[in-house]
Design a protein. Structure first.
Length: 188
């Protein structure tokens, strides 16, 4: 394996960590309707847990309201049960073929908890990125020490510098996303 392959692999893993962090952030309730809030809630559908997005159309009808339209109208009660048991503090209302969910604005105390949760998730993602950096640098060191690879110490130094700059770029992206989400949560 070459240094270029190591840095490319490291880049890919760091990108995935940032992408995963972004998906996690979408699930944080801010007081505004967002389909990502409920898409992955598991609903007991014909005996097996299924993501809500797979058995219904989810849309935002107003700033603070989501509408769920089940593909199979007979699953409406199962969807309501699943939404209530998800512990998101949501109160689904059945209305004909659809289910309306009003998203209440979180209290000041709840917003503070959500900001702390965002910061905790952010730190976990930063740790994952730093772990990728550590693994890549170890791998580069092994390549430099193994004389059969013809990897010079200068190449190793350049590879480590590339990994370090990638790390800084990805951590700053996570910090940016954290700041943005924290502001969104704190805004009523």
């Amino acid at each position: 394996m070459s240094i270029k392959a190591v840095t490319k692999d490291c880049q890919s893993k760091m990108d995935k960590s940032v992408e995963y962090f972004g998906k996690e952030l979408h699930g944080i309730r801010t007081g505004r309707a967002n389909t990502a809030l409920i898409e992955y809630i598991k609903i007991e559908y014909y005996g097996s847990p299924t993501d809500l997005k797979d058995i219904s159309a989810i849309s935002v009808s107003e700033v603070t309201q989501l509408v769920v339209k089940p593909y199979d109208p007979s699953s409406k009660n199962d969807i309501i049960k699943g939404l209530e048991s998800a512990n998101l503090g949501l109160n689904p209302q059945s209305e004909g073929d659809i289910i309306r969910i009003n998203i209440p604005a979180p209290s000041a105390e709840r917003r503070a908890q959500l900001v702390n949760q965002v910061k905790k998730m952010s730190e976990e993602s930063r740790i994952a990125i730093r772990n990728e950096r550590r693994d890549a640098i170890k791998h580069i060191d092994v390549l430099v020490k193994d004389k059969s690879n013809a990897v010079s110490e200068d190449d190793g130094k350049h590879g480590k510098d590339d990994v370090e700059s990638m790390t800084k770029k990805h951590i700053s992206k996570i910090d940016e996303m954290t700041t943005e989400k924290s502001k969104e949560v704190e805004t009523i």
